[in-house]
Design a protein. Structure first.
Length: 442
């Protein structure tokens, strides 16, 4: 071999070495944070959310050729008085470019002045208070606050429709427990019921959560002629009520809001919980919707998923998508989050409104069937993003026995899913589920 040819080969080899990342290439370290209750009486919720955040990050780190993401934990105990003390340090830590949370609305409000000053993008999986996205409120979180949970004002309308679905000439009786939250939910429910064809509000009542004897309320419901009862309250009282209500012989539809969505409701109410219709902004675990994903979650984290796992993964994936696109500073991260358009784990197309509310997701709907919550508006086919969207993936489909992939009759097709292009090469290639055919060539 001539010296000139050897020199040419060396040059080509050097080009290949320096033009493409190698398996041992150093990744850029990027830090995001999670804020929520990690100690104290509400720690169970924060730990569930943090575990889901860590799961999403672990999946990203396993496939990203460029970035290694670290999660910093911020324990506010779900308490505004604690949040106001921990938020300043987070805001001043310029390494943190985005924060999943805060988990609670009160802690969010206490943290906002510091995070606004630092220009830190927030995506909460569970802070649902209406004022956080209301520009007229002093608690408005814009421009940094975003949430992937359905806001409080969406719960009432969703409950009104779920309660009356399939009921002709629905006669509705609305109950709340005299708390400010449930009273506001009843107001949203009643407003929406007036828009539903054939539905009529025939009565309502406010009953203290400490009530143990519901016979006067039940008599009032029966006298109204209601065939649908909507309960805005919490699971302990709901369980007491439904046992007495069914014990009175009533067959009216019973529907309840997110305060009743707890497996403890089914345990306390027993067989009387059967048929209850519910709405919720979250679910108690990934397994409710996605048994296969739950299995992988346990494998990666060593733990079961819990409340707000779907929302925590969604929030984290938004940050991770922005990071994969090169947004590793606070300023560009905030711009990326505000412009985000993507797909939720539940396959809903999601984005954010100008005020930070999630667009495209609606409260989950459930019915109690055989002592379990059965989802009625989510499929078991979940979506998990491919973060390396700038890479054209090349793969070979399986071939019939005796067929050579390298033979002259091979065909290539390009399959698209969003901005991802997958190239498949075989004698008879077919786009995988979720991809559409871009074109083909012989």
């Amino acid at each position: 071999m001539s010296k000139a040819r050897i020199a040419l080969l060396i040059s080509l080899f050097q080009i290949l070495i320096f033009s493409y990342p190698t398996a041992g290439a150093t990744k850029t370290l990027v830090t995001i944070a999670y804020q929520g209750p990690l100690t104290g009486g509400e720690a169970y919720l924060g730990i569930d959310e943090l575990t889901a955040v860590n799961y999403a990050v672990a999946k990203f780190n396993a496939v990203s050729p460029t970035y290694q993401v670290k999660v910093m934990t911020v324990d506010d105990q779900g308490d505004p008085a604690v949040a106001v003390n921990v938020a300043p340090g987070v805001s001043k830590n310029s390494q943190i470019i985005g924060l999943v949370g805060p988990a609670y609305s009160g802690a969010t409000i206490a943290s906002l002045p510091f995070y606004k000053a630092g220009g830190l993008a927030l995506i909460s999986p569970s802070a649902s208070r209406t004022t956080l996205t209301d520009p007229a409120s002093s608690q408005f979180g814009g421009p940094i606050f975003h949430r992937v949970i359905s806001p409080d004002f969406s719960m009432g309308p969703a409950l009104a429709y779920k309660a009356t679905a399939g009921v002709s000439n629905a006669k509705v009786f609305v109950i709340d427990d005299q708390s400010s939250y449930t009273e506001s939910q009843s107001s949203y429910v009643i407003t929406e019921l007036k828009k539903i064809s054939g539905a009529t509000v025939v009565g309502g009542d406010s009953v203290p959560s400490s009530t143990t004897d519901h016979s006067p309320l039940i008599a009032k419901i029966k006298a109204s002629g209601a065939n649908v009862v909507i309960f805005n309250g919490y699971f302990p009282q709901a369980a007491v009520f439904i046992k007495q209500f069914r014990g009175s012989g009533s067959k009216a539809i019973f529907a309840a809001g997110d305060g009743v969505f707890s497996t403890d409701f089914i345990k306390l109410a027993g067989s009387d919980a059967e048929g209850t219709r519910l709405i919720s902004g979250t679910t108690d675990s990934l397994s409710t919707f996605f048994p296969k994903l739950e299995s992988d979650f346990k494998k990666v984290t060593g733990k079961k998923s819990g409340y707000y796992s779907v929302e925590s993964i969604d929030a984290t994936n938004i940050f991770l998508k922005c990071i994969s696109d090169g947004n590793i500073k606070r300023a560009t991260m905030l711009v990326c989050v505000k412009k985000y358009q993507g797909i939720s784990l539940t396959r809903d197309k999601i984005s954010f409104s100008a005020n930070g509310n999630v667009v495209g997701k609606t409260p989950y709907q459930f019915e109690v069937i055989k002592s379990a919550f059965y989802p009625s508006n989510v499929t078991t086919d979940y979506y998990f993003p491919d973060f390396n969207e700038k890479i054209i993936e090349t793969s070979v489909t399986s071939e019939p026995a005796g067929t050579s992939v390298g033979s002259s009759n091979k065909k290539e097709i390009l399959c698209l899913r969003g901005t991802i292009t997958k190239k498949l090469r075989s004698a008879n290639p077919v786009c995988p589920p979720g991809y559409s055919l871009k074109g083909s060539k012989q």
